[in-house]
Design a protein around this ligand. Sequence first.
Ligand code: NAD
Length: 360
Amino acid sequence: MIKDTHKILALPGDGIGQEVMDATLEVLDFLNTRESLGIELKILSVGGASYDEHGTPLTETALDEAKKSSAILFGAVGAPKYDNLAWDKRPEHALLTLRKELNLFANLRPAFLFNELAGASSLKPEIIKDLDILIVRELTGGLYFGEPRGINENESPKRAFNTMVYNEIEINRIAKVAFESAAKRKNKVCSVDKANVLEVSKFWREQVTKLHAKDFKDQHLSHMLADNAAMQLVINPNQFDVILASNLFGDILSDIAATLTGSIGMLPSASLNENNVGMYEPCHGSAPDIAGQGIANPLAMILSMSMAMRYSLNLDSLADRIDNSVKVFVMNGGRTKDIASGAPYLKTHEVAKEIIQILS
Ligand code: NAD
């Protein structure tokens, strides 16, 4: 399918998803106009908002539009009022459908610390200082999707089972993303597995080692057992550059890494397919506890938009400038309520205005 390189679909979603998206689109609109980026933007509802409007969390129109776009900006979905709906009507269903339909197998989750915010981390400042890790997680295979799976209610004793399975194509394509990402960073990949007890991990390790020897031997590759990796992340996180992990291990490790930074409102993520079409979203959810107050931190969404510029639109220097504007904002003392530690703070839209000011 021929794609318009600059077609972006924004799916704000629910709660603060809408608020951080509004702020981010203000920044995008400014850049699009000033730099003549030629970005064609469409905004559609998703999640609970779509359910309220159309009776489904993801309309055919939204899915079609997502398939035609180079990048999807996704806010966040979910709210307590939707918790008891059938699974296919629940807001989260939209997210999983998009990941599956677009074959978004590579999840990139940076975890970095602005040293000015080190006090928000649960770790000592000297351990967490300068943290800058990228977790590359396989997103469409492994234990979460393996067959057979199920619960046998009729057996005695009753039994439940899942299957952890990877084939060589799945391992190679995610490992390639990790090595290529490391090439833009410090050239270090640590592949995480449980090769001491799982055949699938042993196979994973062999495949990653082979690919490294074949195409990426200039990079430093190490292997670490997942339990040790969890421990090392809190003892000495700065030893890592890129962490490569399967769906299950990546899920757990990326949450540990995110928590280290102490500020969930700051962390972006990208989920990519083989054509670098991607869905870009903050790591946080819809935060019903603060929704509607206009105080959500929009920086994770703004940084997610920056990742879209870098990975799907190939606008690396623009992405650098957006990342830098966030850095300058924080260094100049810019704070939202979640990172203000009781000091004065800016509201969501005021942050967008400051970022635009810095970019001007
Ligand atoms: P959450 O991330 O929404 O909120 C956790 C805490 O962090 C809350 O106290 C919230 O106020 C705070 N927080 C989160 N983002 C913030 C921001 N940008 N600025 C300031 N504070 C922020 O997680 P939760 O409370 O477990 O989940 C709430 C809803 O979000 C649920 O319905 C859940 O299913 C959904 N959720 C959606 C996604 C997604 O759409 N990708 C991800 C996680 C959770």
